[in-house]
Design a protein around this ligand. Sequence first.
Ligand SMILES: Nc1nc2c(c(=O)[nH]1)N[C@H]1C(S)=C(S)[C@@H](COP(=O)(O)OP(=O)(O)OC[C@H]3O[C@@H](n4cnc5c(=O)[nH]c(N)nc54)[C@H](O)[C@@H]3O)O[C@H]1N2
Ligand SMILES: Nc1nc2c(c(=O)[nH]1)N[C@H]1C(S)=C(S)[C@@H](COP(=O)(O)OP(=O)(O)OC[C@H]3O[C@@H](n4cnc5c(=O)[nH]c(N)nc54)[C@H](O)[C@@H]3O)O[C@H]1N2
Ligand SMILES: [Mo]
Length: 892
Amino acid sequence: MSRPEPALTRSRSASPASPASGGRGDATEPTVKGDLIHPANFGRLCSKGGALGETLGLDGRLLDPMIGGRTASWDEALDHVARGFADTVERHGPDAVAFYVSGQLLTEDYYVANKLMKGFIGSGNIDTNSRLCMASSVAGHRRAFGEDVVPGCYEDWEQADLAVYVGSNAAWCHPILHRRLLAARETRGTRIVVIDPRRTATCDEADLHLPIAPGTDVLLFNGLLAHLVRTGALDRGWIAAHAADFEQAAMAAADDAPDITAVAAGCHLPEEAVRRFYGWFAETPATLTIYSQGVNQSTQGTDKVNAIVNCHLATGRIGRPGAGPFSVTGQPNAMGGREVGGLANQLAAHMAIEDPAARDRVRRFWQAPRLTETPGLKAVDLFEAVAQGRIKALWIMATNPAVSAPDAERLRRGLRGCDLVVVSDVTAETDTARLADVLLPAAGWGEKDGTVTNSERRISRQRAFRPPPGQVRPDWWIVTQVARRMGFAAAFPYEDPAAIFREHAALSVFENDGDRVFDLGGLAALDQARYDALEPVQWPVPASRPLGTARLFADGRFPTPDGRARFIAVRHRAPAHRTDRDRPMLLNTGRLRDQWHTMTRTGAVPRLAANSPEPAVELHPDDAGRHGLAEGDLARLDSAWGRAVARVRLTPDQAPGQAFLAMHWNDRFTADCVAGKLASPAVDPISGQPELKHIPIALRRIALGWEGFLISRRRQRPTGLVYWTRRAAAGCQIYTLGGPEPPADGIILGRSLLAPAGGREVIEFADARRGLFRLATLDADGLAECLYVAPPGHLPDPEWLLARFAAEAPEIDETDRRALLSGRAPAGAATEGRIVCACLGVGLDRILRALRDGQAIGVKDLGALLGAGTNCGSCVPELKEIVAHADLAAAG
Ligand SMILES: Nc1nc2c(c(=O)[nH]1)N[C@H]1C(S)=C(S)[C@@H](COP(=O)(O)OP(=O)(O)OC[C@H]3O[C@@H](n4cnc5c(=O)[nH]c(N)nc54)[C@H](O)[C@@H]3O)O[C@H]1N2
Ligand SMILES: Nc1nc2c(c(=O)[nH]1)N[C@H]1C(S)=C(S)[C@@H](COP(=O)(O)OP(=O)(O)OC[C@H]3O[C@@H](n4cnc5c(=O)[nH]c(N)nc54)[C@H](O)[C@@H]3O)O[C@H]1N2
Ligand SMILES: [Mo]
């Protein structure tokens, strides 16, 4: 979404301008700053973008090709992959191989992967993780507009008078855009409605929150369409001139949602709230409906999209300033993947795979010997085919499906049984990489060159600013080399990404007489210098309009055969699975503020790990009682597909009967908590997108006999424990541990977790009767590792120990030794506390001290004094809550 630009300076990381990630080893990271003139973010970065500099270290990087666990040369690895794919195709046909790619690839990487599979290997079997992300929006756009097009632009967020967030937690997931909206609201008074079963941080600024019953959005928007009809709020003239099939859609809506009472009952909402939302929508021409995964990741995802789009068509509110349906993507280049045809059911450059004329056109353009005649398998079906042995060679690029795909346990078994699994990644040890036969080291952010497209169709250059380390190579290069070795050298002559981009742009205009909106004609002849200098530009960029296009469809013309948009008659359908006696809770999954997906990069950054240090299942307090659970307990979650273990967090923000678990956790960071293992493989029948937000589960308490923490400079995966979780801290890793039976001998447990003492000094304390054990090892650098074990609820605060590990030379004096043994912090140790503002590294203890000492009384003062909340602002809701509680405490 945003384009972080590294500043040229290198700085030590403890200055106020660069956050307190501190500690040894990361003292000379480049500072990352936003690009002040980029039109998407004007220099603002979210907590994760701002921390990119801290992810550039080589710790954990995949630096060499690996075959079967041993280092190989590129020649060897590329031959191995090319031969593996060619042999499989020869013996079992082209549909026995597949690529699974991702929106973390650049457009140029994506283009060559798609061309190789669909044009030269001759199968449709290339799909992308966008299937889990945007497929329902793509399908909805194609049904309504005839092409996958987001009509609006980010200025619309500032020009709307009513912003409706549907299934979008933008305050955490699109914080920079959300802030643009909030800033504009100061002067224009924009109303904000949030439609989400949970009370999220996005609700904090909302005028109205509709805590909709999960999976009932079609009913709500059908009710809205019926309401617009009843109250005469339609734009009949626009409908007559520019759309088709209105009557069918209106009839289906009226049938589904005859009146507000029926909608309120079906969506479990107060009638008054529904009425208010409908009233605001009807009366506000500049209405922007922003939607994301609460809409897409559903077995009715495509219908949800069209139910929303119907309401915009009915009012002619599309392509106008501040008005339109607005699908927001997440990954840096989810959109670029859609443009090149990275989805199994698209061909290339927005041409339909089912259209023989389009296939013929692409065949001629590519001079492709065996262009696929049929769409390929969509992600969930693709992995099912792997599990069934129908796909025998699979190449996974820039995605971690062992964590992120549904029914992930079955997927893992499938990968284990697959003849050839190739993984291209930047990270050496991901849950998916562990199951690969061949690992290919890819260039990451900062090392690679190319383009990405954001949610407003804006193409931006991503520029390399440092040489790739080790044997690392860009993804486009790796794919090109394999293509050449498979015998397709003539069609893959690329020596640089600019050449690929030119071809991609040329294909978009090839025999395009205006029937495809996706047109990069103005960029088809960029030489290297102009490609390097390319300014951010919104497609379409036809030769006649080299500055691009901010909004589409303002003229009411759509890329359908008759030029009209389509209303789609949709009806509410129940999600694939419902709760029952055995699985009485509904699990919803999604994102945390400071983590990115499977944590391969954000998980290594201390200040990002600090806000949500453990996998937590969030529940309403009423449900806790019902399941015999209390705050801080460990719970086991069981679905029909898998299980997980997480810490219980009680919050009234969850509706009773519904639980929430973050999608980020995986085997690198915790014992057993992969949301994907719980998730159902049920998919939307049109888009193939899985239902990741609607999973019936059982919950049960895990009784703990002991708890512990281990602080160490080593990364490890403790074995034999019911529960452990790891997070990065400055200069060390901290592990939280737990198990059912109190250890008879904590010292023995300790020896299994700590590195062999070798020449190091060991400090031990054991009180077996009370179940208290403390072990520490010291080496020449000071404190090396320490382990504390205690009965549940009796662990001391590790804060002062973390401060010792963070110090450059953690010297240990006599007071410290006594403190280590006694388990009590030395007197006077000032603590930071749990990190609240991840951008500037401001902790809860420091905030509370400022409030207690009267140095600050409100959020603004905290900003002025400590910097908290002044960068991306995604912690402002939490700061408000802390201030409110501090006031209450003072009053009480
Ligand atoms: N911090 C952070 N930001 C990110 C990412 C990240 O990993 N971390 N990833 C990026 C990516 S790839 C994406 S796709 C976006 C996703 O951005 P979002 O879609 O905003 O994020 P999610 O948390 O997946 O889901 C949004 C909301 O949908 C709600 N929801 C669940 N079921 C329903 C339902 O039936 N109806 C409605 N109306 N709502 C429902 C959930 O409660 C949740 O709050 O975020 C992007 N931004
Ligand atoms: N339960 C549940 N599951 C979900 C979701 C949910 O809401 N709930 N959301 C879904 C959504 S919207 C998304 S987008 C997916 C995301 O899921 P994934 O795509 O699996 O998540 P990432 O962690 O972003 O994986 C990217 C991988 O690519 C690597 N990588 C980064 N840059 C590069 C590069 O330049 N080249 C190469 N070759 N590798 C690179 C990273 O190290 C990492 O291993 O998860 C989906 N899964
Ligand atoms: Mo996504």
